[in-house]
Design a protein around this ligand. Structure first.
Ligand code: BG6
Length: 530
């Protein structure tokens, strides 16, 4: 295949990046893995890009007893580990705004202590200056803790008055940030929502799905709705089917005890996969306002046809990796991973075929697959268009010549290489009838020459400025669990164990049958050349 390289015709037609207002971020679980892997480095990057207010501080809260000094040192180390070339003076200045308080999550005195610290620190950092002209500032409570603690922490914050605005007439409403998984099925997600809503209303809750913070996932909306030429063909008249893939080469790493209770359907499908599906298939929202977009997403998710209960294998199948080889290295099978039950039936791969019952998508299959320990990392949304209705280009020299070339395919490549690729047929110079498939590729890094800001930077900034567009709403969470709970129940019952696939493969026969029985094939994992 040949590549045609695009260039930027016009820069920054619309470019809007709002810096954060004065903010106090309180991170529960601040000595844990998520804070170290994502939060400190992302906040520092925001500060380095001039997007954090100078009136910013972070109060870490956790069970571990740490002094402010030790907490700062571990945050500094975590930031430096993310990149070699960060300016150490700036890192030191950033971590000097970090504080720590320890206590027991179930104990009210922990929260009273937090409240007392906040009063002092707010004053020091002029978080709430009382100036009516000052931009909205807020306390952001970030729950980087295991989900079973969400309700306890939300309730305790409520009981010491930290879920309410600091002044009765203030617009400065504290925010609560929660990570996935948000519930483990329909009932548990409803209970969680109800309990949290007793202390925080929906406008204060920011449920993170980090896929929505990825530049290329957001670009699905921009690509569809800022260009006039794609929308007219974005429907059942022109599209044969859609494939959405999130393939990972990593296994479950050190997360065996979490993952073995969760599995791929809860870990990836209920959230990341269905969010990408919603963005690729939803109707155009009236505006770029948070609720306008979220309304359309929920409407789309509600239109997904429930899976046919019997036989499952025609609509959804699950697999689990066995031992195999990745990048030339032997790797263990799932059931031999640390903290995984030896007889575990937890799935590490899910492939599904969905239909969306609405006017636009009637009878267009959406094939979705996600798995761990596959041959390589590849996340993409591929739109496979219908073939030409009649082809006049038939090679007379071939007895079994195809009557038409391959269909046009539009690939929105999310990672590891971020870009867009459109394939089409063109004449190759020379013989009378000689057709080649060409690729028109756009690669973010090549064209814009910058590294993508991490998803957490975007999400943290949006939370500080109070923009909920990229956060999942309660009704969104409900509808996705509603759709998946019957499958979870069947899998937890006496449904047969998942199919085993060797680590390092692309798929396995049952997943292939799901698409091949419709006369189609999974796409090979793609790499857009840079
Ligand atoms: C997380 C899942 O939400 O997403 C992990 O819990 C998964 O299991 C990760 O590895 C994938 O994220 P990314 O950004 O690397 O594609």
């Amino acid at each position: 295949m040949q590549n045609i390289r695009p260039s930027i015709a016009d820069q920054d037609i619309v470019c809007d990046e709002t810096a954060a207002p004065p903010t106090a971020m309180i991170v529960f679980g601040a000595s844990g893995d998520l804070a170290k892997r994502k939060l400190f480095a992302s906040l520092f990057q925001l500060s380095n890009r001039g997007l954090l207010s100078e009136h910013f501080y972070l109060l870490g809260a956790g069970r571990k007893k740490l002094s402010d000094q030790t907490f700062r040192q571990s945050a500094q180390q975590a930031i430096q580990e993310r990149s070699d070339n960060l300016p150490s003076k700036e890192i030191e200045a950033f971590v000097s705004k970090l504080y720590y308080v320890s206590g027991d999550y179930g104990d009210i005195s922990f929260y009273k202590n937090i409240k007392a610290k906040l009063i002092k620190l707010d004053k020091k950092y002029k978080i709430d200056s009382g100036d009516p002209a000052s931009r909205e500032s807020s306390h952001i409570f970030y729950l980087a803790v295991p989900p079973f603690l969400y309700i306890t922490i939300a309730e305790q914050l409520g009981s010491v008055g930290l879920s309410c605005p600091r002044k009765p007439d203030s617009r400065q409403r504290p925010r609560l940030v929660v990570e996935k998984p948000f519930g483990r099925d329909l009932q548990s997600a409803a209970d969680l929502n109800n309990k949290i809503h007793q202390c925080f209303d929906e406008s204060q809750i920011y449920r993170i799905d980090h896929y929505l913070g990825k530049e290329t996932v957001q670009n699905i909306l921009m690509f569809r709705f800022a260009n006039a030429i794609f929308e007219p063909v974005w429907n059942r008249n022109y599209i044969d089917h859609v494939q959405i893939t999130i393939a990972e080469s990593i296994g479950i790493e050190h997360r065996g005890s979490y993952y073995d209770k969760v599995g791929a359907l809860r870990d990836m499908f209920q959230n990341h996969m269905l969010q990408m599906l919603a963005l690729a298939a939803m109707e155009p929202p009236a505006s770029f306002e948070a609720d306008s977009i979220r309304d359309e997403k929920v409407k789309l998710l509600r239109s997904i046809r429930p899976f046919k209960l019997e036989p499952w294998s025609t609509s959804i199948v699950r697999g689990q990796y066995g031992p195999g080889v990745i990048n030339g290295k032997e790797v263990a099978g799932y059931r031999s991973e640390p903290s995984v039950e030896p007889g575990s039936k937890t799935e590490t791969f899910v492939a599904a075929k969905l239909f969306i019952d609405n006017w636009r998508w009637k009878d267009v299959p959406f094939y979705l697959r996600t798995g761990k320990r596959l041959v390589r990392k590849d996340t993409e949304v591929a739109i496979i268009f219908k073939k030409v209705p009649h082809s006049m280009f038939v090679s007379s020299g071939l007895a079994e010549a195809p009557r038409s070339g391959p269909p046009n395919v539009l690939v929105l490549q999310i990672q590891p290489e971020e870009g867009i690729s459109l394939s089409f047929q063109a004449k190759r110079p020379g013989s009378k009838i000689c057709m080649s498939t060409l690729n028109m590729d756009f690669n973010y890094r090549t064209v814009f020459g910058v590294d993508m800001p991490g998803a957490y930077q975007r999400l943290l900034l949006d939370c500080m400025v109070g923009d909920q567009t990229l956060f999942t709403r309660a009704d969104d969470v409900k509808v996705t669990w509603q759709f998946l709970t019957p499958i979870l129940q069947a899998w937890e019952g006496d449904d047969p164990a998942p199919y085993e696939y060797p680590a390092g493969s692309e798929s396995f026969p049952a997943a292939d049958r799901l698409i091949e029985s419709d006369g189609r094939k999974w796409r090979k994992f793609s790499i857009i050349e840079s």
